[in-house]
Design a protein around this ligand. Structure first.
Ligand SMILES: [Mg+2]
Length: 125
């Protein structure tokens, strides 16, 4: 594990750095919630494209340096746009994740969800 993976992620500093990157290039004018949402979806699709026709079992092996770089680039792009969206909408990501995981815990109680991939709407009572 590299040193950077052991650091605590400072979301506020990262958001500020990404904001400055946009300010320096006068790109804030393009960073509407609509545009950032679309960019986030495009980047997620670029990640999907990497794995699109790969056999399921092969998707576990990304030891090829070019593949690692490609996956890493798209993961970073996704994270960057997510952080920019959270910034322009003034969203508290920690609070949102905490709230959503509480909802998910209610939708997917361990007793019903353990070991299966059904959507909660398919659970029987
Ligand atoms: Mg990309």
């Amino acid at each position: 594990m590299s040193d950077s993976q052991n650091e605590v992620l400072n979301i506020a500093a990262l958001k500020a750095s990404l904001k400055q990157f946009a300010v320096d290039r006068e790109w804030e004018q393009f960073h509407s919630p609509k545009n950032l949402s679309m960019a986030l979806s495009v980047e997620a699709s670029e990640l999907l494209e990497i794995f699109q026709w790969m056999k399921e079992e092969d998707s576990w092996d990304i030891s090829d340096p070019k593949l690692i770089e490609a996956v890493g680039d798209e993961v970073a792009d996704i994270f960057v746009y997510l952080l920019r969206l959270a910034t322009v909408l003034n969203l508290d990501l920690k609070e949102l994740v905490d709230q959503k995981m509480l909802k998910n815990g209610k939708k997917y109680p361990v007793a019903k969800a353990r070991g299966n991939s059904k959507k909660y709407t398919e659970f029987s009572d």
